[in-house]
Design a protein around this ligand. Structure first.
Ligand SMILES: [Zn+2]
Ligand SMILES: [Zn+2]
Length: 122
């Protein structure tokens, strides 16, 4: 049920937001239970944990590689809905050869449409 609610939230919610949604269906559940289940699903790679720019932990039900846009004003995290050309590391560089690079997760920052509008009229 926690996973279901997480999938219904389109905006990479934090644990408290998932908790509030699950509580509407299971009024006796505790924040600790929700949190433990989220952590468990992260460790089983069913969901992903994201760090928002505000330092708040967010959860993402999509584990396939995709990229995010963080609004620096309201803290919203959105998926980028189209393919982005990724930066690549020179695999012959000694620094790269010493490491096992598994992927890249670029994050884009700025203002979402609502916050950009707000900034204009302010
Ligand atoms: Zn915003
Ligand atoms: Zn995402």
């Amino acid at each position: 049920m926690i996973l279901e609610e997480l999938r219904l939230c389109r905006n990479h919610p934090g644990a408290d937001e998932v908790y509030l949604r699950v509580m509407e269906r299971l009024p006796r559940i505790s924040l600790g239970t929700v949190y433990r289940n989220l952590e468990l699903m992260v460790s089983q790679e069913i969901i992903r944990r994201l760090n928002s720019s505000s330092g708040q932990m967010r959860f993402d039900p999509v584990v396939e590689a995709h990229y995010h846009f963080h609004c620096s004003h309201c803290g919203k995290i959105e998926d980028i809905p189209f393919t982005v050309e990724l930066p690549e590391l020179d695999s012959s560089h000694p620094w790269v050869r010493e490491r096992k690079i598994q992927g890249v997760r670029p994050d884009f920052f700025g203002l979402c449409p609502e916050c950009a509008d707000y900034a204009k009229t302010d």
